[in-house]
Every structure is written in C-alpha cells, then in structure tokens.
Ligand binder design. Structure first.
Ligand code: ASP
Ligand code: MG
Length: 405
C-alpha cells in the first residue's frame, strides 16, 4: 500500500463528464489499496474568466480581493469531485487550502508556502477517506486567503506529497509527459521517459509551461518522485528524479523558448562604483524581474549595461528608469522589442565543453543573430529576434540529436 498524491489540471476537470472520468482513475488507485490525496485546479478557463470579471470592474483591483476571487475556482472543483466520488461509493472529504492548513507568506497572488501541518489530511486518510484539496491556495499569517501564482496547483500537490511523505506525486494533464521541446512547434519533439529535477527546473523557468517551477523546486528539495502523465491514457509519462538512468548519452535533453523579450540598454557618462547595484536595486524595488544582464566597461568607451525583461514589464521599467534618471546617473536608455529567448538544457553540459560553441555555430549557419547570451552549468540561453525563435528551436533540436532515442 502506498500514499499517493494525484493532481489534476484545469483541462482534466473542465466539465462534469471529465470529473466523472478522473473519478474512475482515482477509484482505480483507491481500490488497489492506496491512500489517495487528490489536488485539483479550477475547471477549464475558470481562473481566466474570474480575472476577466474583475477587470470589468477595475484596472487595478487589490491583490487581496483577487486572491479571494481566484481561490473560488479551485473550491468549485474540489466540491464537485468530492460529490462525484461520494456518488460512486468512496467516502470523500474536500478541503480548501486553509482547511488543509496550508500556510503561506502574505505576498498575495504569488505567495510562498511556509508550512503545511498535514495532521488533518493524515487523520482523514487514517479513516480510509479520499481527501480532495483545492490547489493554488493557502492562508497567510494574517488569516487571509492567498494564491500561489498561476499554475500553482502543482506546487500544492508537491507540498502535500512532502508533508504526508507520499511515495509518488502524479501530475495529470492533457499531455502525456515532458517533451524534448514543445511538440506544437518543434517537429520530432519526443517524450522523455525520465528527466532530472535540475533540468526540469531550468526548463520550467525558461518557458516550458508544463510544471510550476516552485513545484519542481519542492520536489527536488524533498526528493519526491514526480511524474507527469496524461489523464486520458495509461502511459507512464515522464518521471522526474535526482539522476536519470542513462536513457541515452545526450548532453542536451531539452530546448525551451519564450517569446516577448525586450532588451534595454543604458549608457553612462562615467562609470561610478555602485551604478550597477543601484539600477538593479531600483528595478527590484519596483518588482521588475530582470533576466540576462550584460555590462560592458571598456577603456575609452562609455560604459553600458544591457538587460532583458519580459515585454509586459517594459512600460513600468521605462517609467522607473526615467523617474530615477538623475539618481542612477545614466545619460541614455534605449530598448529593442521583438526578441525571444531560446535555451538548451542538459546536465551533461557540466562535463562536456564546447556545447555553447556548437550552439552558436549552428545558429550562425542558420543566419540567426544572437543578441545576448547567458549560461549556467546546465543551460545556455540566447536572445534572438522573435521571428527566428521557432527556426532556432528546431535547428537546435536537430543539432543536439534530440529526436533520436
Ligand atoms: N487555476 C490556477 C491557474 O489557472 C492554478 C492552477 O491551475 O494551477 O493558474
Ligand atoms: Mg498547470
């Protein structure tokens, strides 16, 4: 007998028929003798629709009220699923985030889990009940409802898995696993049997939308075996673990990409100590997320710093920079829109020099200009013109033999 957490995403619970369908999958795990906790997302596009309703009333609703509003989506699903499971004969109890004692900080709309006292869930399991928990939500120290950021139900599932010491956490979705790249845009993208937490973390942060990055972080920290699989077939999906058995000797295991990147460049009259720190402190204080940073200080030239941000932050970034122009001491700021980021990820890069060189060489052959570069031990990202994003992803997928098994 195992303890398992099953998480179902919005598309898997979009209608009552789909809820009936997943109930049979839950039923299957339960009759096999497992203790089952289910975590659910809001039905279909519910979260987006709720956001839309709020926007009809206000351009800038308070984050506290938005959390109160958005958390209702998951609450509907949890109750409907519990009704269905009770209907087919399984004693089931649904819990909201706060009923499940999922405590977070008070950063509304993007709260972090601080503590999860699993006593109530464990007591219910001991009574042989199925427990259905609403994903994406918790309660702050002030007693207010919080949400964990878009896609945050994954994180609820992994946090519960850690707290109850589950044997596995299964993320059920509408794709049958993690792919080498997004199969909608990259021909020959292939499903991976296994992937390392660190690789998935990079991919999730680099735009692969399958899993919430914090869920992967949690799974890694608590060594929770995490599986991504389809709600609609029996495929085993992709399993995430610390180190993968050598499926093949690929150095690169995935290609991720993200559109709508902007590059800002700032020029100084004279370099002065701390200018870099003050710019980024000012941007951070205004919650502007900066990604790649390139500073260039060359004798005889005016110093510059370029950095990339998401397009949605551009207007705010410019306002912040302009209104702090004097304090920050820069003379000139410019930006370039219409850019995208393409990244290759693989833990084998640590011990294989030349991966970046091979990437640049292939992009050169494809006539794709590289505007910025950033690397970590297990990834290389380039910023390219947005029109070149999909061609670059396909070329790199091919260059690093990702279609092969
Ligand atoms: N319903 C929330 C969202 O759409 C959370 C989730 O589905 O994970 O972002
Ligand atoms: Mg999701």
């Amino acid at each position: 007998m195992s303890k398992i957490v099953m998480k179902f995403g919005g598309s898997s619970v979009a209608t009552t028929e789909k809820i009936q369908h997943i109930a049979t999958r839950i039923n299957h795990e339960k009759v096999n003798g497992n203790d089952v906790v289910v975590v659910v997302s809001a039905m279909g596009k519910t979260t987006d629709n709720l956001l839309g309703l709020a926007m009809e009333l206000s351009e800038n609703p308070t984050k506290r009220e938005m959390d109160t509003l958005l958390s209702t989506g998951e609450q509907i699903t949890m109750a409907l699923l519990a009704i269905q499971l009770n209907e087919i004969g399984f004693d089931t109890v649904s819990l909201t985030g706060w009923q499940a004692n999922l405590q977070t900080d008070n950063v509304h709309r993007n709260a972090r889990i601080e503590n999860l006292d699993a006593t109530r869930i464990l007591d219910l399991l001991a009574e042989n009940k199925i427990v259905v928990v609403a994903g994406f939500q918790g309660v702050s120290g002030e007693g207010d409802i919080t949400t964990l950021g878009r896609g945050g139900s994954d994180t609820t599932a992994v946090a519960i898995a850690a707290a109850i010491e589950a044997d596995i956490c299964d993320i059920y979705t509408d794709v049958d696993g993690i792919y080498t790249s997004d199969p909608r845009f990259v021909q020959n993208a292939r499903k991976l049997e296994q992937l390392e937490y660190d690789e998935m973390l990079e991919l999730a942060n680099l735009g692969a939308g399958v899993l919430h990055p914090r869920a992967v972080e949690f799974a890694k920290n608590y060594k929770i075996p995490l599986r991504v699989r389809s709600s609609y077939n029996e495929d085993v999906g992709t399993i995430l673990k610390e180190e993968v058995d050598v499926e093949n000797n690929l150095v690169v295991r995935g290609v991720a990409f993200e559109a709508d990147i902007v590059r800002l460049t700032i020029e100084y009259e004279v370099p002065f100590n701390g200018s870099l720190a003050s710019i980024f402190t000012t941007l951070a204080a205004n919650h502007i997320n900066v990604d790649i940073i390139v500073q260039s200080i060359v004798d005889g030239k005016k110093p510059t710093v370029s950095f990339s941000i998401k397009k949605e932050s551009l207007a705010e970034a410019i306002t912040v920079l302009e209104s702090n122009k004097e304090a920050l001491g820069f003379i000139f700021a410019d930006f370039e829109v219409g850019l995208a980021k393409v990244s290759i990820v693989g833990s084998g890069m640590v011990s294989n020099p030349g991966v970046a060189a091979q990437m640049f060489d292939r992009l050169r052959k494809e006539n794709i200009p590289v505007k910025m570069v950033s690397t970590s031990e297990i990834k290389v990202s380039v910023v390219v013109p947005q029109n070149d994003m999909i061609p670059a992803a396909n070329a790199l997928h091919d260059e690093f033999d990702l279609a092969l098994v």
